[in-house]
Structures are given as structure tokens and as C-alpha cells.
Write a new protein. Structure first.
Length: 283
């Protein structure tokens, strides 16, 4: 069985930056509190924990330790709370996410109602909503547009969770315009998709067209990893998402001539290498 790797996969710049910042801070201070997981990958979280980086859900849990803001960012109210506790802050927010936050703040300040196409429960989206200062709403999909409790305001600005796919964002914007253009005075669309994520999705699509099966490596909570699997499945190829090499089953590979491997933006190199080794062993 031939094993083909995606042309673009694994750690992105924002994730690598956040991990390196956590490693450096832990080496200097010995202990560090991460306000949520640095990235959505348990292997990375476990490795950082061994260096003294523990995950907390609320700044009250930090005690007197420095707090690192993960790559997904945080709402301004959260940052204010950390400051009120007089804790040191290390901001490892991905620069692409910071850009979304600034757009949300600016557009809300200009009087737009901000619509974010993304998962309302994702930490990135919750943070961006916070920067919209109560003038934003997050919608998971097009169907949510049909069940809004309140009508959209006359001026609407649309952003996207950075890890969404371009096709889904385009479709969402088209549906929003179909439903609300007649009543809206203005609809403004800002492309806040991450270029690195878009590149990985394109590479996953190209890979899926070459193989009989695709293995996507990444955390189960990672949105960008999940979207890679969706993109591969859209090409009609059998696709599995795994967090570790041990999760791969030999039966998946029976009758397969070519297996493709791709990985999410928060997946470390060693996890990808372990999956490739496991595929070779099973083949």
C-alpha cells in the first residue's frame, strides 16, 4: 500500500507560536496557568503539562501564577478580570484571531450588528463575540438563519470563525443575503478565514482525489481538523479522524492501494510520524 502525505498539514504558524511561548514561559517561571487548552490537541496539552503548564477554566484557579491566553484568544472581560487579580498575562492569541477580534470591535463600534459564522461554543467565537460588546450573534449554520429569535438589524457585518471552510462561508453569506437583503440597509462581509487553514483544506481535497482512504490526524475538539475530514469526505473517499496512531484499525486498510494522511493545524509532527509508521506496519 502506498502512503501519500498532504502537501500542507500539521502545525500552523499561530499554533507553533503559542506552543513556543508556553514552553519559554514555563522554562522561565516553572509553573504557568493556561486559560483553556493552549491548542485543541491532547498530546500537546499533556506535553506542556509535564513542563508545568496546567489548564484552568477560570482566572480564579490561577492563584499567583502567570496566565497564558491560548491561541483561540479571549473576550476583553476575561482579560480585565485577569488584570484585576494582578496576574501576569502572556497573550498567545493567534494573530489571525486577533484580526477577527479587532474587526468585531471596529464594526460594532460603527453601529453594525455582527454575525459570526461559527460554533457559538468554540472559545475563539466566544472571544470574538466579547469584542463585539453585546452587538454580535454566532450562528453555526445556514439553518440557524431561519430560526432567529430577533430580526437582524438594518446594518449587518458578517465574519467567519477562522477555521471554517470557504465554501461553507460563501454559502452562509449567500443565504443570509437571500433572507435579509430586502430589509437590510447594508450587509458588509469581511473575510476572516485563516489562509493557512484554507491552504490545508485545499491540500486535503487534492489528496482525497488521489487515494482510496484518508486518515486525518488531530484532536477531537479541533474545528479545523474536523473540517479537513469533511472536505475529504466531500470528495467521496472513506475518511477517518484519529487522535493517535493506536486508533487506526487494520480492517480500514483491506483492499486499499493508496492511503492519504493529513493533519490539523494543532497536530504535532510526532503524531503524524507515528500514524505513518502505524500505516506501514499494518500494510
Amino acid at each position: 500500500m502506498e502512503i501519500i502525505l498532504a502537501g500542507d498539514m500539521g502545525f500552523c504558524l499561530g499554533v507553533r507560536r503559542a506552543v513556543e511561548m508556553a514552553e519559554k514561559a514555563a522554562a522561565e517561571s516553572g509553573e504557568l496557568a493556561s486559560l483553556g487548552s493552549i491548542v485543541h490537541n491532547q498530546q500537546v496539552v499533556d506535553r506542556l503539562a509535564a513542563l508545568g503548564v496546567s489548564v484552568i477554566r477560570d482566572s480564579a484557579e490561577a492563584r499567583d501564577r502567570a496566565v497564558i491566553v491560548p491561541s483561540h484568544g479571549a473576550a476583553p472581560a476575561v482579560l480585565t478580570e485577569i488584570g484585576q487579580r494582578r496576574l501576569s498575562v502572556i497573550d498567545a492569541t493567534c494573530p489571525i484571531v486577533t484580526r477577527s477580534q479587532r474587526w468585531a470591535k471596529r464594526l460594532a463600534g460603527e453601529g453594525y450588528g455582527v454575525v459570526i459564522f461559527g460554533n457559538p461554543d468554540h472559545p475563539e467565537v466566544r472571544g470574538v463575540l466579547g469584542w463585539a460588546a453585546g452587538k454580535g450573534v454566532a450562528l453555526l449554520d445556514e439553518a440557524a438563519l431561519d430560526t432567529l429569535n430577533e430580526p437582524l438589524p438594518g446594518r449587518v457585518a458578517v465574519l467567519a470563525q477562522t477555521t471554517q471552510t470557504a465554501d461553507r462561508f460563501t454559502s452562509f453569506v449567500r443565504r443570509l443575503a437571500e433572507l435579509h437583503l430586502r430589509d437590510a440597509r447594508e450587509i458588509r462581509v469581511v473575510n476572516t478565514l485563516c489562509d493557512a487553514t484554507t491552504s490545508k483544506q485545499a491540500a486535503a481535497r487534492a489528496l482525497a482525489r488521489q487515494v482510496d482512504i484518508v486518515i486525518v490526524v488531530g484532536g477531537k475538539e479541533s474545528a479545523n481538523t474536523r473540517h479537513l475530514a469533511e472536505v475529504a469526505r466531500e470528495e467521496g473517499v472513506e475518511t477517518y479522524q484519529v487522535e493517535s496512531a493506536e486508533q487506526i484499525e487494520g480492517g480500514w486498510l483491506r483492499g486499499r492501494a493508496r492511503a492519504g494522511v493529513t493533519a490539523g493545524a494543532s497536530t504535532p509532527d510526532e503524531a503524524i510520524e507515528a500514524v505513518v509508521a502505524r500505516l506501514r506496519e499494518l500494510a
